[in-house]
Design a protein around this ligand. Structure first.
Ligand code: G3P
Length: 216
């Protein structure tokens, strides 16, 4: 399973990248706004910086919601760097645009996936990645990981090539359960990645080893 970081914060991207386990980055308009990135020039510059920092796929989301608007914006984003993946919302015009990008050799990430039907449609259109938002599904009282399992099963049976990119990850357990359920990628906040490191018995064991090492 690949690890992406889900942020536009350069310090957090750098910290995750320094671990040596980072395969890519996902962003969205909310994450870009959180970093105060405003205007086309600043947005392009920020994506360029991220592409220079991380050697892997970088999702950059379109803001348009019409076929023409999404295609025009996506072409500009894809021109920034070969690692840019155009992130497109799961809407009717988005599906048409994903098919256009797929036919024209541009990688896509179909975002805001909340059902298996949406995942089938995005795969049919040729999406490189599809992003089910599992934390938001959990927020509504359902189980987001069950959707990952269902999509993984459908894609395996049908031979769909889109990669399942589990998004809206909220904790380390989400990452573990997504790995078990067959996600190809997890895009995570830094805290959830670092949370995987932690176990109290590791800390206790290390303290004991260091203490005993003084007697060696
Ligand atoms: O990748 C999608 C993600 O950014 C959404 O996460 O926590 O806002 O549901 P969240």
């Amino acid at each position: 399973m690949k690890f992406f970081i889900d942020t536009a914060n350069l310090a957090q991207i750098s910290e995750a990248n320094d671990l040596g386990i980072l395969d890519g980055v996902t962003t969205n308009p909310s994450l870009m706004a959180k970093e105060g990135i405003k205007g086309e020039e600043a947005i392009v510059a920020h994506y360029k910086t991220i592409c220079d920092m991380v050697d892997g796929d970088i999702s950059a989301e379109v803001l348009g919601v019409t076929f023409e608007g999404i295609v025009e914006e996506g072409k500009k984003l894809a021109a920034i760097h070969p690692n840019i993946v155009v992130k497109v919302p799961m809407i009717k015009d988005g599906i048409k645009a994903i098919k256009w990008f797929s036919d024209n050799g541009i990688k896509t990430n179909c975002t805001l996936i909340f059902s298996a039907g949406q995942a089938i449609l995005a795969a049919k259109a040729g999406a490189t990645y599809i992003s089910p938002f599992i934390g938001r599904i959990d927020d509504g009282g359902w189980d987001g990981v069950q959707l990952i399992e269902q999509i993984a099963q459908i894609y395996a049976v049908q031979g769909f090539k889109s990669q399942i990119l589990a998004a809206s990850i909220r904790n380390p357990n989400h990452i573990i359960r997504c790995a078990e359920a067959g996600a190809n990628v997890c895009t995570c906040p830094l805290d959830s990645i670092l949370g995987l490191l932690k176990h109290p018995l590791t800390d206790i064991g290390l303290a004991k080893f260091l203490e005993d090492a003084k007697k060696m």
